[in-house]
Design a protein around this ligand. Structure first.
Ligand code: DX5
Ligand code: ZN
Length: 234
């Protein structure tokens, strides 16, 4: 069942010279914080890593959603948990069988999710859905912010929603990339319930107004941060 939309600003589009202030500004209005970690190998870019997550942890109570665009992400689960991650998501393209990695995440006290790139069929994660707290459908090619939403992701979101609901699961369905109020509305209609937005929020003249527009576009209901998996577990 589709849950009230959770809005997850991606700090990739924040001003890193004032990251704490950028996060503090949006914190009361959003649900999760999306943290893009890149290894310069799985994706052709490098972003930020564990020390930045550890620096943010004491200044934010948001659920830290760490999107690991990496080949060997599971080597870092313990360090990420210690730094303050709540959820790690890894790519099925890097982990064709993610069973062991999912187990390792749980052992580290982390929630776990699988990410699918635009060209990768949803079937690649079907056998592993039961291991996931979150399914992530990339709506841009990973590695860079500020790209345009790939419309064919909507079909994949619809299929993911059918898959989750037909199995009676409560798995979140996250869409990541090119999210604006317009694309959020389409993704919500297709069945997504977690919305990652970098440029739309942090490059906005009024980030809080943009968060409100995103929420209005995505069903219009406030999520309850004090319930279910949206609560920080520590
Ligand atoms: C892309 C990242 C996205 C990105 C989204 O590699 O995974 O999370 O930050 O940025 P926008 O919202 O600008 O597309
Ligand atoms: Zn991301």
């Amino acid at each position: 069942m589709q849950k009230p939309a959770r809005i997850a600003p991606s700090i990739l589009a924040a001003d890193f010279s004032q990251l704490g202030a950028d996060v503090a500004r949006v914190e009361p209005h959003v649900d999760w914080l999306h943290i893009d970690v890149m290894d310069g190998h799985f994706v052709p870019n490098i972003s930020l890593g564990i020390p930045v997550i550890a620096s943010l942890r004491p200044v934010s109570d948001l659920r830290f959603d760490c999107h690991l665009m990496m080949h060997n992400a599971d080597n870092y689960f313990d360090a990420l948990a210690t730094a303050g991650a709540d959820l790690v998501t890894i790519h099925v393209e890097a982990y064709p069988d993610p069973t062991a990695a999912a187990k390792k995440a749980v052992e580290a006290g982390l929630d776990f999710g699988l990410v699918v790139n635009p060209p990768t069929p949803l079937e690649s994660i079907e056998p592993f859905v039961d291991l996931c707290d979150v399914l992530v459908l990339m709506s841009v090619h990973p590695g860079f912010g500020g790209q345009s939403f790939i419309e064919s992701t909507l079909d994949k979101i619809r299929d993911a929603r059918k898959l989750v609901d037909s199995r009676g699961l409560t798995t979140d369905i996250q869409v990541d990339g090119g999210i604006t109020p317009t694309t959020a509305a389409s993704a919500w209609d297709a069945g997504a319930d977690v919305f990652v937005a970098g440029s739309a929020i942090f490059r906005s003249e009024d980030p809080i107004a943009t968060v409100r527009e995103l929420r209005a576009a995505a069903g219009g209901r406030e999520s309850d941060r004090n319930e279910g998996t949206d609560t920080r577990r520590r």
